[in-house]
Design a protein around this ligand. Structure first.
Ligand code: SF4
Ligand code: SF4
Length: 177
């Protein structure tokens, strides 16, 4: 099994378990991918996974780069503001990989950010996100299993950031893929 699949195995298992109970996102407009509720931040290794997936699909184009830059500009994702607790403010944005309608997310499940896979509805006919949440223990278990591998990669590439919004993270590592 490839490492991208292995690192997502737990999350996909949980998502499919819910799906087998008839709990899925099919009736929702995709609220958690839009600026209504999305402030997803990803690590460098998640950004590499997305970039390699996009490359394999021939989607690393000038148009995509422009779309990512437009998203950064529109939602001011490159302006860092600290909260009163000293943590960087997570800005909301509509994900550039979200297509309204039946398609929804255009990233394969084996390359999708962990946080996106982990955020799921918990009841049937969910819509709008009211009944959706991440099971922290599953995300934490994944971190414990793969943290060392991910830290090694960050060190190898001399990357000096831990997490960024999806468009900023991809633009930052684009030249390495
Ligand atoms: S990567 Fe996919 S699931 Fe995650 S925020 Fe973007 S469109 Fe939504
Ligand atoms: S996780 Fe919730 S908010 Fe996101 S698309 Fe599914 S049902 Fe909608």
């Amino acid at each position: 099994m490839s490492t991208t699949k292995k690192r997502r195995e737990l999350l996909i298992f949980e998502m499919e378990k819910l799906g087998n109970q008839g709990i899925n996102c099919q009736g929702c407009l995709g609220t958690c991918c839009t600026s209504l509720a999305n402030s997803m931040q990803i690590s460098p290794i998640e950004a590499f996974d997305m970039l390699y997936f996009l490359k394999s699909e021939g989607r690393l184009t000038g148009d995509l780069k422009k779309k990512l830059n437009d998203c950064v500009e529109k939602y001011r994702l490159n302006y860092e503001i600290s909260t009163t607790r000293g943590l960087p403010l997570r800005r909301s944005y509509t994900c550039p990989f979200f297509e309204p309608g039946p398609k929804g997310c255009t990233i394969d499940k084996y390359s999708k950010p962990y946080g996106c896979l982990g955020f799921n509805p918990q009841e049937k006919n969910a819509t709008g996100g009211a009944s959706c949440f991440s099971k922290k223990e599953i995300l934490q278990k994944r971190v414990e299993e793969f943290e060392l591998l991910e830290l090694e990669l960050i060190k190898e590439y001399k990357i000096d950031w831990a997490k960024k919004s999806i468009p900023l993270a991809l633009l930052n590592l684009w030249h390495l893929v």
